[in-house]
Design a protein around this ligand. Structure first.
Ligand code: PRP
Length: 198
């Protein structure tokens, strides 16, 4: 019998790009179920307000929201960084604010990835000023090796090595967000040189 699993592991995509599955779709879904239970255990009687950061966090938010029992609402915020590699200089700015107040609410910030931590550091400071009852952070992926800001996530799906990952919300030039799994993107040497110049 042909080994379909192996074949599927390295999928050719746009010419010069290939993706190797790091975390399969079913594994992501199982982990989200467990996180949802853990969150509900921590706040058994509270309405939970999930706040996701556009765009990458959207897939995680919708799956998590559907897995948490009881009352759940959600909202979105968007940020961007100034120019190239500015996360490391901390220059994050708000481009879309929340629709509703978070004062007195139990808020879970939902992110696809915690990388340098600059985005969450900025958001947590902002949200703290708005006086939520509780403020917690849930991230699907954590890349501890890349951390610059001392940000801690209360709920972590998977801790991953410092690789360029795409899928399940994470993009490369806006592509691959819709993959149901998380994969490591490889560029052929020509493309890699071009991307490094950008
Ligand atoms: C990604 C991710 C986080 C942020 C984490 O967003 O969704 O918001 O980077 O990185 P940090 O820990 O280094 O701050 P991105 O800027 O890629 O935007 P996107 O979600 O629209 O893809």
């Amino acid at each position: 019998m042909p080994n379909r699993g192996k074949k599927q592991r390295k999928n050719k995509r746009t010419p010069g790009e290939s993706i190797k599955i790091l975390i399969s779709g079913p594994r992501i879904q199982r982990r989200i179920q467990a996180l949802a239970k853990q969150i509900r255990r921590d706040f058994p009687d509270e309405p939970l307000h999930l706040v996701s950061v556009l765009k990458g966090g959207v897939f995680f938010l919708t799956d998590l929201a559907r897995s948490i029992s009881g009352e759940v609402s959600f909202d979105f915020i968007a940020v961007s960084s100034y120019g190239q590699d500015t996360r490391s200089s901390g220059q994050v700015r708000l481009t879309r604010d929340l629709d509703s107040s978070i004062e007195g609410r139990t808020v879970i910030v939902v992110e696809d990835i915690l990388d340098t931590g600059m985005t969450l550091q900025y958001l947590l400071k902002l949200f703290q000023q708005r006086k939520p009852k509780h403020l917690r952070v849930a991230v699907l992926l954590d890349k501890p090796d890349r951390r610059i800001a001392p940000v801690h996530a209360d709920y972590v799906g998977f801790s991953i090595p410092n690789e360029f990952v795409v899928g399940y919300g994470l993009d490369y030039s806006e592509r691959y967000r819709n993959l149901p799994y998380v994969g490591v993107l490889s560029l052929d040497s020509k493309l890699a040189k071009k991307a490094a110049k950008k």
